[in-house]
Design a protein around this ligand. Sequence first.
Ligand code: GLU
Length: 446
Amino acid sequence: MNEYAKQVLELRRKQAPWETEFLQSVEELFESIGDVIESDPRIKQYRILERLTIPERIVTFQVPWVDRNGEIQVNTGWRVQFNGALGPYKGGLRCHPSVTLSTLKFLGFEQTFKNALTTLPMGGGKGGSDFDPKGKTELEVMNFCNSFMRELYRHIGAQVDVPAGDLGVGAREIGFFFGAYRRLANNYSGVLTGKGVGWGGSLVRAEATGFGAIYFVQHMLEELKDTIAGKRIIISGFGNVAWGTALKASRLGARVIAISGPDGYILDEAGINEEKAAYMLELRASGRDIVSPYADKFPGSKFVAGRRVWEVPADIAMPCAIQNELNGDDAELLAKNNVRMVAEVSNMGCTPEAIAAFRKHGIIFAPGKAVNAGGVATSCLEMSQNAGHCNWGAEEVDARLHSIMTGIHATCVKYGRKESGEIDYVAGANIAGFIRVANAMIAQGL
Ligand code: GLU
């Protein structure tokens, strides 16, 4: 790692050693940008690394709400407005018991470079709460959303900060957040994305992260003079992102043979088609957080209790659940099973040990900030439609999404191609995103 980068990482480590996820994401980026720092003295002169590793603003607030028994519950809410050099802060809200400020700082940091890669005018931000939507009644979720927005509404706006969904925040929660916002602010604008189609949402937004990930994989395969048809894919997660991925993969003739949930995984050699993918969504919406009923519904498939999907032999692995879900041992297992490619769809889904193992075994790996950028890119398309008071057809949105993913892949190739001809997608994504943000920061002064 470059000396200046090392110093700044050390500084952040001393300041908050407990922010392990945030430090992991900073280290990963810093590992990639040594040559850029050395070739451009302005990076150090303008103290870009110090400034990039402190969010421009963090809002922390209490979220008191009333449960079904009339008892008062209290959660913590956060919005991390990480970097606004390229546009209004943009990024999702995550509601999950595992959420801490470190989680949201890592997600906001990643988001900044992901959004830069899309080339669209978006800064990076992230927010959320340690609220657990699992097992809550609809009224409890609404009470929580109303209380959360009662504080957040004064910090966001279509030109200021535009939150969206993430883990635990889907269409229903965005509806409640938006309803609360417009009543409090007396303002109907594109202040949130992922809205319902019919009241400001964009067609294809729900599918976009998964569709974009598969478009990216198609380009990765094209580099190898190969195609996606017939490829066997394994996926972790069974939420919105996994659904979109399975849907697009099956439409293009690939076979998603395994998906997983917290209770184990489903093995379905026939592949997950549209009907089965739709059932995945139903399972998710049931709020029970299990995949086992899939095997009862679709004969020929099998539920493997308590085990992880990475043990299934396949061509391509796509983690679609949560950070650090695929570790070094899992990566060794993938290598043993001759998996050729890992396209990370979750944010920082693979640990540094896993990425090192991919390198060692020649498994081609593309990071989440490139692969999953189709979600936030389509959020920006939603913002464009809101600002222009119009709705685009599904084909138009999908075509734009496709061309954005093609652009991101080309950028990764441009900055990540090694002398050997191989593509280092991690370096490509990090370098390209960093240069764009750093240049904007330098141009905008202090
Ligand atoms: N939460 C998604 C992400 O990680 C989407 C963010 C958005 O649409 O603003 O990129």
